[in-house]
Design a protein around this ligand. Structure first.
Ligand SMILES: CC(C)(COP(=O)(O)OP(=O)(O)OC[C@H]1O[C@@H](n2cnc3c(N)ncnc32)[C@H](O)[C@@H]1OP(=O)(O)O)[C@@H](O)C(=O)NCCC(=O)NCCS
Length: 143
């Protein structure tokens, strides 16, 4: 397994495909909903297995000079719980540090709160209910 910044159009195809499959498809959300207006200005990172399949995706966006936000974190179902998410998070935190960021915030899906807690994020508050189903919690970490 290795981490890679997506560069080619094939990289991005695989990257957005996994994002859609993990974070949108199970809730019947159509293709296209996996992207927002900040893709071009964000830092993207993916995990590839030895077969060059994309098994993990994540995105870092800068909110202010000192604050960044991690979004669209997803690991392929059969690869969850094997440390891939932890590696992606560490790499994004490193990148944020290099960019002068002091604090990372994120909106965690309820199921992912224990994952972020294990990485040192603090649970700040209950926020929105996505599609009337998925409760989110704001979390943050000083880096
Ligand atoms: C949540 C998710 C990103 C975590 O990535 P992952 O690769 O499965 O997690 P890792 O294997 O790197 O786990 C890292 C640590 O978090 C802990 N952890 C992960 N998921 C956990 C869970 N559901 N409950 C408790 N602990 C959990 C692991 O035990 C591990 O701790 P350790 O290092 O002490 O062993 C991944 O499971 C996923 O994509 N889930 C579905 C989509 C999703 O909810 N994305 C997040 C949207 S905010």
């Amino acid at each position: 397994m290795r981490l890679q910044i997506p560069i080619t159009s094939l990289d991005f195809e695989k990257y957005y495909q996994l994002r859609w499959e993990i974070l949108r498809k199970p809730w019947n959300q159509p293709k296209g909903t996996e992207k927002d207006d900040s893709e071009n200005s964000s830092f993207h990172l993916m995990a590839l297995n030895d077969e060059m399949e994309c098994i993990g995706v994540s995105r870092l966006q800068k909110n202010t000079r000192e604050e960044a936000q991690i979004r669209f974190m997803g690991i392929r179902g059969d690869q969850q719980g094997k440390g891939v998410g932890k590696l992606l998070m560490a790499a994004l935190e490193q990148k944020a540090k290099e960019d002068g960021v002091r604090k990372i915030i994120l909106q965690a899906r309820e199921n992912a709160v224990p994952f972020y807690l294990s990485l040192g994020y603090k649970q700040i508050e209950k926020t929105f209910l996505l599609w009337d189903i998925i409760q989110h919690y704001k979390m943050e970490k000083e880096i």
